[in-house]
Unconditional design. Structure first.
Length: 245
């Protein structure tokens, strides 16, 4: 039986979370109903991603209760991939809601490109550090304000992961991550300037397609980014919710 589009998007996201955690030396675990990590994880990443719909709810709640009982330190989150859980009684509150997305590989892009840019891929550790500084919005010359790194240089050795970058002169002005698995390529961590963001989004998608041609693209967005994604050819699948404790 072929997995549905949303199931492919969900599993891809869980694999990406596992990839990031593994690079940080804290791998998680895949179970039938969810992916979970019993350790503190890098910022912005959840400790649980649910992988199934209503049929797996009891198992998901059991695992989440066990993580709560284990006293996982700090705040941590659950990505409720199908909006099928109510975690308020366990001390969680909703952080945000978003929408899973799917883009067919041959969907045309709008004929809008930002001029004066050099689009390429991050190839070195210094370039990756520069990319992450731009992605995070941190001032480039004030290291004291910077958070611990999320995207470690070891990721550059994985041929299925590409850090897309747009330079204007020597300055990083836009970027994204494309991560390829067996069935799909995920587009995530998109950052673009506020002027004509759709053109920069289209550039990120075009670069991801160039790296991984003929493969459907998945991801999730909310707010203005969701509107942009729809306008450049992403289809809406269904909502998800992130809870934090």
């Amino acid at each position: 039986m072929t997995a549905s589009r949303v199931e492919q998007a969900v599993r891809h996201n869980a694999v990406w979370c596992e990839t990031i955690c593994r690079v940080h030396g804290t791998p998680g675990e895949f179970h039938d109903a969810l992916w979970l990590n019993r350790h503190p994880v890098p910022r912005f990443y959840p400790n649980v991603v649910t992988l199934s719909t209503q049929d797996g709810t009891a198992a998901q709640l059991a695992h989440i209760r066990a993580l709560v009982a284990a006293g996982l330190p700090g705040s941590w989150g659950v990505k409720d991939s199908f909006c099928s859980l109510d975690l308020a009684a366990l001390g969680f509150q909703p952080l945000f809601e978003a929408t899973w997305l799917w883009r067919a590989p041959f969907q045309p892009l709008p004929n809008r490109t930002a001029s004066g840019l050099h689009w390429t891929w991050v190839k070195s550790t210094p370039e990756l550090a520069k990319w992450e500084t731009a992605w995070s919005g941190s001032p480039a010359h004030t290291p004291s304000t910077q958070q611990p790194r999320v995207f470690l240089p070891a990721l550059l050795a994985n041929p299925e992961i590409v850090f897309i970058v747009a330079y204007q002169d020597q300055e990083v002005v836009a970027g994204a991550i494309a991560h390829h698995t067996d069935d799909v390529v995920g587009l995530s961590n998109v950052f673009v300037p506020p002027d004509d963001p759709m053109a920069f989004w289209a550039g990120c998608v075009a670069m991801a397609q160039e790296c991984f041609p003929d493969v459907p693209m998945v991801g999730y967005e909310h707010g203005p980014e969701l509107t942009i994604a729809r306008e450049i050819g992403f289809e809406i699948l269904q909502p998800l919710k992130v809870w934090i404790r």
